[in-house]
Design a protein around this ligand. Sequence first.
Ligand code: ADP
Ligand code: MG
Length: 277
Amino acid sequence: MTDSTDSTDSTDPTDPTAARPLPPEAAGHLEHPDTGRPVLMTATDLVAGYLPGVDILNGASLELRQGELVGIIGPNGAGKSTLIKALFGLVPVRSGTVVLDGEDITSKPAHELVAQGVGYVPQTKNVFPSLTIEENLRMGIFLDPGRFDERFERVVSLFPLLADRRRERAGLLSGGQRQMVAMGRALMTDPSVLLLDEPSAGLSPLNQDEVFARIDEVKAAGVSVVMVEQNARKCLQIADVAFVLDQGRNAYTGTGRELMDDPTVIELYLGTLARDL
Ligand code: ADP
Ligand code: MG
């Protein structure tokens, strides 16, 4: 790809930004299931991108209900990280809205969103490796240090390892343990919504299982979660509601179980991963 500004050629199969039609079956699978719980966060028809004139999200929507986990799966480059970043005010939203608890928070800066109860764990560089576990957790609550002890207790009740090893440097931990530190740091502000970008990336299968089990516990503790995952099968196993993001827009939506059992989703999006189970 030599000229990324040329959007007239949509036929190059090696160009991930080239438009290709979504599968026709997708049209009937876009409604978020009504689980009966109160809606906490919605994103509606988000259009967003990094460079002028290049939209990465092309009308992506999401609905997060209280105490639930929304899973987002989809091919590489589909815009999953961009969607999470748009929710957290890190990518300019060109149109569409994000609403939290009835309030329009579209394009609010991240630090204000943190104060409103949104936590975010990026996919990479999500811990300070030269700091200890405890120092990493203190970074999570540096605006409100007086609450450290109280929040620390709560976070280590979910991740006991963080208490046992609180004086160790985060850089010396395994990938799975670092992921716990990153999630613990985000939980120090006591968020109502936790945004997770590929928490299992780069982990061994055993560590992946551990991380997913912990995320399930975080949810059980009352935190609503939006999680992007490459590991689609495992994501769907713990997701209450899930959708496939393809080319910056929703392709399939349903309960985690419905998507796992949908032959088209299996064929198009779970193919190689399906064999892992
Ligand atoms: P996913 O997380 O689904 O793999 P991303 O949201 O990371 O996809 O990326 C979607 C598209 O946005 C890709 O084409 C990628 O090259 C582009 N992109 C991601 N980050 C940036 C950035 N900081 N600047 C410009 N383009 C970006
Ligand atoms: Mg990504």
